[in-house]
Design a protein. Sequence first.
Length: 240
Amino acid sequence: MISVNAPPQAPWAGPPASLRERKKLATRRLLRRVALDLVAERGLASVTVEDIAEAAEVSPRTFFNYFPSKEAALFGGGGDPGRASALQARIASESPGEPAMAVLRTVMTHDAEAITDEFRLLGGDPADWLRRIRVARLDPHVRAAHAAQMSLIERAIGEGLATRLGADQETDPYPWVLAAAAVGVVRACTAFWATSGGTISLSHLIDQAFQSLADGLPEHGALRRLTADAAGAADRKDDN
């Protein structure tokens, strides 16, 4: 069995209240580590819930106490239904009076910090986890599952924006256009972050991408300079 300490809980879920909750969190992260290992090695279609449970030395029933599916285990907090509801609530209510784009930028940057904290707390070399994620995402089954998960996030963002703006979800497309743009930002930044080996923090990358979006996506803006520098650093690291 892979040993793992009980780290703090993901920010959107709140701090663990007891030793029992911390042990549950440790088991949850253990299952995720095993899922990432197996999927990177075999591909999603060749990994079952039973395989993950066996490698973690728990029962399939225990697995389902933590995750509804093997895809949810693979994505960790990113696949937690609580993440979508937390994003929706924050976007709807945070910083009243602030422009929707500014609030969305803040909320999504904070969410990225929570996701990267999860990777750091898995243990081992964070760059190694990024490599495994990059390999896993070459799998078409993983891509399809991730697209479905991002669709749920997009809907949560759109509903949060509609509530914030007092918009009619059936007749006003603005919240949905902005939600689609936000998910595109997150998807593109996460893909770049994984392929760059984490040479730039995901939260900083997403923050700058939202600034670029607000500026009208200038062709020669700060975002492209930032990613060019990060790509160069990744290439130098690979050469060494």
